[in-house]
Ligand binder design. Structure first.
Ligand SMILES: *Cc1c(COP(=O)(O)O)cnc(C)c1O
Ligand SMILES: [Zn+2]
Length: 415
């Protein structure tokens, strides 16, 4: 790889192994160096060009080192809308609340911003098969892009994971393997399979794929343009492995370096109460995240007991004077139902966690009157419909020639 890598936390150049990218000095994530000054005009043009968003993530290709010559495997990922959530604002007392609707990506989650560059690299390198361990969404996303690229894909998911994600991956033709343990155990298995089966490791981690991970930064470039080149007071990111929040940080840093953004937003990491290693580390002033024992939450997509990008996630939260917040499954469900019924956004539990956190941060005064916040709605609840109230039919079917049946059905809604 000709791209040079640098540690996000201690800024030292990376000199370690080429299959497991992690800073040998501090354990931080290593990221490709984007030479801002020589490419300045191109980079600024990409942000300012109104059409870039319509082109999806590839409109920002100038920001992805190593992709200059790569032919994209693309399905129109990125370019997602940003909504002002007036009903949630009213409900929560938040002055300005925005939802970045990542559920509209081709496979239903923001992971497509990774999977597209990942499979583009794989196709260019001529790899024979890809494999990844995942909590679910990375599996369905990479499976989708592997299908598009015509490359066989193996997906390893935790036994206790949300089965709808496995079904989605299998629908794209992925070869599904169930593993005991959690998502980190699945990722360990992939590392073992790489040498045995000549798999290309396609895990959605900076640890394994620092170049493809750059795709996530496009969320921020879009946000910046959509907000009229302003920076919100706060950005709320659900945290699983810690990559999303780390990339949000990185992208805003680039915008500041380019002289486009005048400051950084405060970054808030959101976890489920049943699996909150980042919150724990923040509360205890730790530099690393603990392994969370017996993780349990309905937010399967952030049920990560091991925070692969933990050192970096903690660093970026502290560097922006942000915080880490835990929300309960009840709070998640309430936010999920509210955002569906009032904003028509079907946020899966991991994403609803960020929305629930907006309420919490406002209540605690962390988010002040007049301050704006953006929740990254990372994934679609179209695969979680049973979690919404009133999902099941409650009475027998109306007979078309019996108007009294309809009267009865109608009466159930009159209160
Ligand atoms: C993967 C994922 C996350 C967060 O994971 P990170 O590894 O911290 O980026 C959040 N929400 C959804 C829906 C996800 O699939
Ligand atoms: Zn370092």
């Amino acid at each position: 790889m000709s791209v040079s890598l640098v540690c996000t936390v201690c800024n030292k150049p990376y000199e370690g192994r080429a299959d497991r990218y992690i800073c040998t000095h501090c354990g931080g994530s290593v990221e490709p160096v984007l030479e801002v000054s020589p490419a300045r005009t191109d980079l600024i043009a990409a942000i300012r060009r109104g059409s870039a968003r319509a082109e999806g993530i590839w409109g920002y290709r100038a920001f992805f080192p190593g992709f200059e010559e790569i032919e994209p495997v693309t399905m129109g990922e990125g370019g997602t809308p940003l909504y002002r959530a007036h009903a949630l604002e009213k409900e929560y007392g938040v002055s300005a609340l925005f939802l970045k609707n990542e559920t509209l990506n081709p496979s239903g989650t923001y992971k497509d911003r990774f999977a597209s560059p990942m499979l583009s690299l794989c196709r260019a390198e001529g790899v024979s098969s890809v494999a990844l361990g995942s909590a679910g969404n990375a599996g369905s996303s990479v499976a989708a892009y592997a299908a598009k690229a015509g490359i066989p894909c193996y997906v390893v998911l935790p036994e206790g994971g949300v089965f709808a994600r496995a079904q989605q991956a299998m629908s794209y033709g992925a070869r599904f393997i169930r593993a005991k343990g959690e998502v980190n155990d699945c990722i360990d298995l992939i590392e073992k399979g790489v040498s045995r089966y000549h798999w290309k490791n396609a895990c959605t981690t900076m640890l394994h794929n620092p170049l493809a991970s750059e795709g996530y930064k496009s969320i921020v470039y879009e946000l910046f343009e959509q907000m009229g080149e302003t920076v919100p007071a706060a950005v709320l990111c659900p945290i699983g492995g810690g990559i999303l929040i780390s990339k949000v940080y990185r992208a805003y840093r680039e915008l500041v370096a380019l002289g486009l953004a005048d400051r950084m937003p405060r970054l808030f990491g959101v976890q489920a109460a049943g699996c909150q290693p980042v919150v724990w580390a923040m509360e205890h002033g730790a530099r690393e995240t603990p392994v969370w024992e017996e993780p349990h939450t309905i937010a399967g997509s952030i049920n990560d007991p091991v925070t692969f990008e933990g050192v970096t996630a903690l660093h970026v939260i502290r560097a922006t004077n942000g915080a880490a917040v835990a929300v309960t499954d009840e709070e998640i469900l309430a936010a999920m139902r509210l955002s569906a019924s009032r904003e028509a956004v079907l946020a899966e539990p991991a994403s609803a966690a960020a929305i629930a956190a907006a309420k919490k941060l406002r209540e605690s005064g962390e988010l002040k009157e007049g301050e704006s916040c953006v929740c990254i709605v990372t994934g679609s609840a179209l695969r979680d419909l049973p979690l919404f109230a009133g999902a099941g039919p409650e009475s027998s079917a109306v007979r078309p020639d019996h108007i009294e049946d309809l009267d009865e059905a109608f009466a159930r809604f009159s209160f």
